[in-house]
Design a protein around this ligand. Structure first.
Ligand SMILES: NC(=O)c1ccc[n+]([C@@H]2O[C@H](COP(=O)([O-])OP(=O)(O)OC[C@H]3O[C@@H](n4cnc5c(N)ncnc54)[C@H](O)[C@@H]3O)[C@@H](O)[C@H]2O)c1
Length: 325
């Protein structure tokens, strides 16, 4: 049976997933929904037989879709997810789930009543290096972790607007927050600081902070810190985390995992594309109707959203925030 996918959004990540999906056997991306007819037409003409829409409901009503990809910015989430749950259509959504937890909470409640296969684009979880680390950490006592998303400001206009993107922790460093949750379990307390240092003076309409730091206390007792900045030139970007255990210093970046002990030094370089993996597993989940192989479901990603939201509230209230309250 051919799996028919509908795509929402016509930006960089819609193309990324559409290219992967159209390369799979028995999968067709049959429709795209854009914010204008022109954009829909431009996107659709890159793919054989794809139809363009600029109304989400028209796409759902005209097409028989087995799954939908939501590759839209944080402010555009909510209504579409709720409509898909109501119709029982599996969906893959890019991270983050929204700007706060308000909209995702409603989606989680809806999924509690009508279970639907979902997946979220926290692709680091699918890396072999992260899978290796998850197994390895069973034999270590983790003391603490330092994580970082040090980069440059994306050019798309919505990203620099706090009300549309939720800021860099919500938009990018969320990947580090999520993968630490995946490896270390849930968090119970968060305390964060943010500031505007450079970008609001250099570029127009910048309302996001350009430096941030968040301290996290995990339920296990592990403590972590994640720092982020978007003031750097692209060439200086640095993303990853370092785990300090009772017997090793483990440094992870999207390129490689390095495990140093007192006597050994091991490097693991990922060979597989995690985006291919997450898309292939989502398609298989549609076919089987089971989300067991999906490493980031909507319900799981909701807890990452709770974590990043707690950091935002901590900044606003100048206080540490307990997640269990
Ligand atoms: N997982 C990853 O590694 C990764 C990487 C890049 C981007 N992303 C995520 O993907 C999402 C999209 O990012 P992007 O880089 O493609 O952004 P983009 O700005 O290039 O594209 C966003 C697209 O969404 C469209 N859009 C906005 N609201 C819409 C709506 N209601 N209906 C239909 N289309 C709508 C815009 O017109 C645009 O085409 C973001 O949340 C981003 O964080 C994830």
């Amino acid at each position: 049976m051919t799996i028919k996918i509908g795509m929402v959004g016509t930006g960089g990540f819609s193309k990324k997933h559409a290219d992967i999906l159209t390369g799979m056997n028995h999968v067709r991306v049959v429709a795209v929904c854009a914010t204008s007819e022109e954009k829909a037409k431009q996107f659709a003409k890159q793919y054989n037989g794809m139809r363009g829409y600029c109304d989400f409901y028209e796409m759902l009503n005209n097409e028989t879709l087995d799954g939908v990809y939501l590759c839209v910015p944080p402010m555009a989430h909510g209504e579409m997810e709720l409509a898909l749950v109501e119709r029982g259509i599996p969906f893959f959504t890019e991270k983050p789930l929204g700007i706060t937890t308000a909209v995702p909470k409603k989606v989680v409640e809806a999924l509690g009543k009508v279970p639907v296969v979902t997946a979220v684009g926290y692709h680091f979880r699918y890396l072999e290096s992260i899978q290796h680390l998850k197994r390895l950490l069973k034999d270590h006592t983790v003391g603490m972790v330092t994580g970082r998303w040090m980069g440059t400001m994306p050019e798309v206009s919505w990203w620099r607007n706090q009300a549309l993107s939720g800021g860099q922790l919500n938009e990018q460093a969320t990947h580090i927050a999520d993968v630490l949750r995946y490896l270390l379990g849930e968090c119970e307390e968060v305390q964060a600081y943010e500031a505007q240092r450079v970008m609001n003076r250099r570029k127009e309409n910048v309302t996001v902070a350009d430096v941030g730091t968040v301290n996290i206390r995990f339920t296990s007792g592990v403590i972590a810190n994640i720092v982020n900045t978007c003031v750097l030139p692209e060439e200086l970007a640095d993303v990853g985390f370092t785990i300090y255990t009772d017997s090793a210093v483990i440094n992870w970046t999207p390129e490689a995992l390095t495990i140093k002990t007192a006597t050994t030094d091991q490097v693991i370089v990922d060979q597989q594309d995690p985006y291919q993996q997450e898309d292939a597993i989502f398609v298989r989940a549609i076919q089987s109707g089971s989300d067991k192989q999906i490493l980031s479901t909507y319900q799981d990603a909701y807890n990452t959203q709770r974590l990043t939201e707690a950091a935002r509230v901590s900044v606003e209230e100048n206080n540490s925030i307990c997640l269990n309250d």
